[in-house]
Design a binder for this molecule. Sequence first.
Ligand code: PMP
Length: 378
Amino acid sequence: MPDIYFDCASTTLPEKAALDTFARVSVEDFANASSTHALGNKASRILEKAREQIASYFHLEPSEVIFTSGATEGNNLAIKGVSYHCRSWGKKILTTKAEHPSVLNVYKELEREGFQAVYIDYDKEGNLNLQQLENALDDSVSLVSVMAVNNETGYLFDTKKVYSLVHSKSRAKLLVDATQAIGKEPVDSLSYDLLTFSGHKIGGLKGSGALLKRKDVQLDAQILGGGQESGFRSGTSPVPLDCSLATALRLSLKSLPERRENARLLNDFLRKGLSTIDEAVILSGQHATPFILSFALLRHKGSIVQEALSAKGIYVSTKSACSSREEGYSYVIQNAGYPERIARNAIRLSFCGRETIEDGRLFLEGLRDVLSTISTED
Ligand code: PMP
């Protein structure tokens, strides 16, 4: 039986072209992009070309792209950077209860420092409670953080609506964590002031990523040093990684329509198959991205099913990879309104859009086999 990798929301196999870019730039343009000699200037030019390329995909100016090591760093920089910059007037910061720990844990730290955080609810279909958001918006709000696509369920939050609410009711800026949206869903220009993503989720390399920051957004740098990345992220520029990000993004956006259609067909196929397993409850609402399909089993422990599937060469996630090594529940699923038992037994399938229906058929066969051989929970 071939390996079936349904865990692309955790990470993706790097595209050969992204690896080639990394290898080529590492050798041909190894010089420090801050060095003022000819080799340094050449490395700097190639770095700026990568920045221009990324900016053009988002209809931004190159100066609005800050290279980072990934979304975790981008989220930390955006949230702390804006909050600290606005602390004299904007001690209120809003977000959702579904955000990734790289957002929620920063909010919790800021609460300990005296900021007032408000966490917005959502329902099982992935609809944000916009009324709650609207009620919380006032002139003391400096930052709102809303993810575009939830990493555990695939919920699509309506960041365009959030953006217009935030701008009509406050002076706040909107950070959109688009880590699971880039290369999966179109991103509207009028849906963010700051946006983060990671290279390794889109066929790029681990350790690459970007924070997009519109010119009018002011933030305090969190890493001080030589002043690279317009002073927002000091440290010698990893030019090969930054260039590989531009390559990965180009390929990911180019193949998006085709991959999305494949993911939709596979997702439909799997939803139909799972609906014939009486103990399976599908958790990704009908409007979720087709690239993520989450379900729970009523009689089997998610982690044990995952382990048994893994022994058959079928790789899936329980909760998100970042938190699945901790015992416990998925707060994302629990906060949507599901009981503990479901939040504990969720399994996430996530695709890149290159999988086949045959992969889906083999997965369902493997799952049925596992469910009939491992013991039930009670
Ligand atoms: N946000 C979301 C929605 C994610 O899915 C992830 C990765 N699981 C991150 C942020 C953090 O990305 P990274 O680990 O690449 O920094």
